[in-house]
Ligand binder design. Structure first.
Ligand code: G3I
Length: 618
């Protein structure tokens, strides 16, 4: 079914390898900072930063701190300066000076600013808890308070903060994970039940700055688990109801935690990102640090620094490979301003720069990831076409499709043809390549870097659309494409062409099973067998199985013409011995046709095979 030596294939392979060479290029000359390396990969790279929000010293006036922040990062997030305890020190009295100073520093150094956070259950100014606990304070009062705070702060920083952590850490670390008690939720709350207060906070933030990206931010949601499930359920509900949410922050506060089986595993992290990608939701690695046991000088062992470095490299690599991971941030500029020692006695050394503002092994491993990680394959709907006629735009049950997975060479270097698994069905994994439809791996006809042919599962019948994803794991790590959705049509019929170009002499056998062609035309009144795909549903067809002898027929009405003359359809169904999805249509050649190549068109349901296919008649 596929010409493996055609010129087209060689050129395509060359193009694919050129893409790999370009994509995996060594660092550009002078790429010596994380800021440069991240910019080359198009990923904002930031750090939590401080000014004088808690009084002197103002860290931005510390030359070592300021230089490291502006040279190694192109994004900053006030670790505390935009939180309630700083920004509303008294009821309806606002203080944005520290935040303004950090914004000014960022603007002076070409950095973007991520805002944090508008609604949290802790770090209150001294008046807030007593106010919330007062017997005279009502949920309506709390709603007014929260709305005023969000509106005032987001309006103040509008155009200067590109993304906000609107609500922070609202779910519990329990199984199942539920909303934690807070003055905003239920003590006394702002009125709405459940996630209503979170929804309202997002709506108020969006109203104040419609251009800002709005995130829900939490920890321990970076791998599969009850808390992520709770967050995913909320985000799914918000997306379905049009609540203005753009992303989820994965805080990524880690420890070695039994390295190398650290939490989250790269696969688990990728899986959670993909679950959100399917909703059109971005992910920011928002607060990464990896705390290590330290000695009295705050220093960790070389061995544990290396393990930490690998974790940083793994997380950055996954982020680079997941198209919806759109920012990476560490929680502190250097060891000096890390929160870890104050909150985890005996721990520290959590960041890529040490007490002397010098790179740690984590710096080197982040550079390695930024300069060598293979980007994810990019899947586009335009690359998913019928394997016979190259029509695109929709797929149909059982259709054999060809996916021209974007370059970068994701797949085996040389062609891997179909393999039968232990049950005699076409395997769903060829050379590490899988193609998933709605999460289900599809039978594969062949795979190689940049191109794969798959059989759309018959189960898509009746669906409006199907989600398609390309996955490649040569061993040691899976790269996963974005997910695209395509409409499902009842049939997308096409006839295979002998030249594999989608037109010209069709893959057609004469009545004596010889290949039809100009030198072997079919006589009128004889039966020809036409091979194609995209016939749509076939009763009880099993994905990947080889079709038995003339089995169930195509379920939709089938008509055909040769040379524009109606041709009797004698059979339309699976092609015995070929994988379910290939179809065979037997026609009786009508009389009265001019000898030579005649156009053949088959109509299944309301869909016609592609123009340009001919059958030779005499
Ligand atoms: O030193 C000052 C003191 O002078 C002042 O009077 C007092 C007023 O509250 O604050 C003191 O500063 C402390 C500050 O850390 C020093 O950096 C604050 O007490 C203390 O609350 C603050 O802790 C912050 C912590 O959130 C509060 O939970 C950390 O800096 C900050 O890095 C940390 O960040 C959180 C994120 O916002 C959300 N994700 C988790 C992350 C770690 O907890």
């Amino acid at each position: 079914m596929r010409n493996t030596t055609g010129k087209r294939n060689e050129l395509r392979k060359l193009a694919a390898w050129m893409a790999v060479l370009l994509a995996g290029a060594a660092p550009l000359a002078g790429q010596t900072t994380l800021r440069q390396a991240a910019a080359a990969r198009g990923i904002p790279f930031g750090a939590a930063a401080s000014a004088d929000e808690y009084g002197p010293p103002d860290l931005l006036k510390n030359t070592n701190y300021a230089n490291l922040l502006s040279t190694q990062y192109d994004m900053l997030e006030p670790g505390n300066a935009m939180k309630w305890d700083v920004t509303q020190p008294a009821l309806n009295t606002y203080n944005f000076q520290p935040g303004d100073e950090l914004v000014a520093f960022a603007q002076a150094n070409g950095m973007r600013v991520r805002g944090h956070n508008l609604c949290w259950h802790t770090q209150f100014p001294s008046w807030l808890q007593p106010y919330a606990s007062s017997s005279t304070t009502t949920p309506a009062d709390m709603a007014t308070l929260l709305q005023n705070h969000i509106t005032t702060e987001v309006t103040h920083f509008a155009g200067k903060v590109f993304a906000w952590d609107v609500v922070n850490e609202a779910f519990t670390d329990t199984t199942p994970s539920v909303l934690g008690d807070s003055i905003w939720y239920d003590q006394p709350g702002i009125g709405p039940s459940g996630t209503g207060y979170i929804e309202q906070a997002f709506r108020w933030a969006h109203a104040a700055d419609p251009n800002a990206l709005l995130f829900y931010n939490d920890y321990s949601i970076e791998g599969p688990g009850a808390k992520f499930n709770a967050v995913l359920a909320m985000v799914t509900d918000f997306v379905n109801r049009g609540v203005p949410i753009n992303g989820v922050g994965f805080e990524m506060h880690l420890e070695l935690n039994g390295y190398p089986n650290f939490y989250p595993s790269p696969a688990g992290l990728a899986q959670n990102m993909q679950a959100l990608a399917a909703l059109g939701i971005q992910v920011h690695i928002s607060e990464m640090d990896v705390r290590l046991p330290v000695n009295s000088s705050g220093l960790a062992t070389a061995a544990e620094l290396q393990q930490q470095a690998q974790i940083y490299q793994d997380v950055m690599t996954v982020c680079l490979q997941q198209p919806n991971c759109t920012a990476f941030q560490v929680w502190g500029v250097s060891y000096n301003d890390s929160w870890i020692p104050s909150f985890f006695s005996g721990y520290g050394a959590a960041l890529p720069f040490d007490f002397n503002y010098q790179p740690t092994p984590a710096f080197s491993s982040l550079m390695t990831a930024l300069t060598t990680a293979t980007p994810a394959p990019v899947l586009k709907t335009t690359q998913v076409v019928n394997a016979a006629g190259y029509q695109g735009g929709a797929v149909s049950p059982g259709e054999i499709v060809t996916i021209f997975a974007a370059g970068y060479g994701f797949g085996p270097a040389s062609l891997v043809n179909y393999q039968l698994d232990s049950s005699g069905k076409f395997s769903t994994n060829l050379g590490g390549v899988e193609v998933l439809f709605d999460g289900v791996p599809a039978p594969l006809v062949y795979a190689e870097a940049g191109q794969v042919s798959a059989v759309v599962p018959f189960e898509v019948a009746g669906e409006q659309q199907t989600a398609i994803q390309y996955r490649y794991n040569p061993g040691g790590g899976t790269v996963v494409s974005n997910t695209v959705t395509m409409p499902v049509a009842a049939a997308v019929p096409a006839i295979f062409s002998l030249a594999e170009t989608g037109s010209g002499p069709g893959a057609i056998e004469n009545q004596d099973y010889s290949i039809n062609g100009a030198s072997n035309p079919a006589a009128s009144g004889t039966e020809i067998q036409i091979f194609g795909t995209g016939g749509g549903s076939v009763a009880d067809a099993i994905d990947g199985a080889l079709a038995p002898g003339a089995g169930s027929l195509v379920t939709q009405p089938v008509t055909a013409t040769i040379g524009g003359v109606n041709a009797q359809v004698d059979y339309a169904g699976p092609a015995p011995g070929l994988v379910n999805g290939a179809i065979q249509v037997n026609l009786t050649v009508p009389s009265g046709l001019t000898p030579g190549p005649q156009p053949v068109v088959i109509t299944i349901g309301t869909a016609q095979t592609q123009a340009g296919i001919t059958v030779a008649v005499k």
